[in-house]
Design a binder for this molecule. Structure first.
Ligand SMILES: C[S@@+](CC[C@H](N)C(=O)[O-])C[C@H]1O[C@@H](n2cnc3c(N)ncnc32)[C@H](O)[C@@H]1O
Length: 257
């Protein structure tokens, strides 16, 4: 999800609860399908025993997938959300990868690792650092020589309305985004622009799952607010940013270390 926008609530339903329900059927909290995540991880993980860090990991869905496909890989995730990390902890135990995953509950900017990482991930969490380039600067601090960064952030596919900028934040178009990253000393070695289908599937899934949850529980005191939120967010997406907002995920190496 983008910059916390999608979690703003008109009334005090638990934001974390809303987010958890909305992502039940789309545990990756970004508009990427399972095939894209699999391919990007395969391209980003340099070797079987890699050390991987995720800044703003949420429920650690990217790390859990990496751990499952690479039995010698070790991973660390950083997030401020106690509930998301608890969910990650339970999932890791269920999947038998808990002994290779370390979770840190703290602001990602405060994370100080003991050893560098071969791959640093940060998808949909650039707001934690104040934007794409500050996120790359932080990732660089944790990177082993020759390491890679896998970063996902918003782009404008078309000129946005002032309302879209106010709602989602300030992004650039794809070419400008990549130019800025290259000028900052990085070389893209792979990438993925979320397709119309991935963007639509993500929004339909989040707001449809939240609406279904509410409709299935007419007696739940949170149901009316959950349904209202689902309807409001779907409407914002369709009216304000569906035609302009996109998402790019880049795999980067330092141009010259
Ligand atoms: C859109 S979610 C993305 C989660 C995950 N990267 C994924 O793709 O599924 C953004 C995450 O950033 C986390 N976050 C926000 N501010 C943060 C901060 N200052 N430090 C660490 N995590 C933060 C949120 O708690 C949330 O889990």
């Amino acid at each position: 999800m983008r910059s916390g926008r999608a979690l703003r609530q008109a009334a005090p339903v638990d934001r974390e609860l809303i987010s958890r329900i909305a992502h039940t059927d789309h545990p990756i909290k970004a508009p990427l399908d399972d095939g894209s995540v699999r391919r990007l991880l395969a391209r980003g993980i340099p070797r079987d025993d890699a050390r991987v860090l995720d800044l703003g990991c949420g429920t650690a869905e990217w790390l859990l997938r990496a751990l499952q496909t690479h039995p010698r890989l070790h991973a660390e995730g950083v997030d401020i959300s106690e509930q998301a990390l608890a969910q990650a902890d339970r999932a890791a135990s269920r999947l038998g990868v808990r002994d290779r995953l370390v979770l840190h509950q703290r602001p990602a900017a405060d994370f100080t690792p003991t050893e560098p990482f071969d791959l640093v991930l940060s998808v949909g969490a650039a707001h934690a650092f104040g934007g794409l380039l500050p996120t790359l600067a932080a990732a660089r601090e944790h990177l082993a020589p020759g390491g890679r960064v896998l970063i996902g952030d918003g782009i404008w596919e078309r000129e946005p309305s002032p309302e879209a900028v106010e709602m989602l934040g300030d992004f650039a178009d794809l070419a400008t985004t990549v130019d800025r990253v290259v000028a900052d000393g990085w070389t893209p070695v792979d990438g993925h622009v979320s397709t119309r289908r991935e963007l639509d599937d993500y929004e339909w899934s989040c707001w449809g799952t939240l609406a279904s949850w509410a409709l299935d529980r007419p007696a739940d005191p949170d149901a009316p607010q959950a349904l209202e939120t689902a309807n409001a967010r779907r409407s914002e997406w369709l009216r304000v940013y569906r035609d302009t907002w996109g998402f790019v995920t880049l795999i980067l190496r330092r141009t010259a270390d």
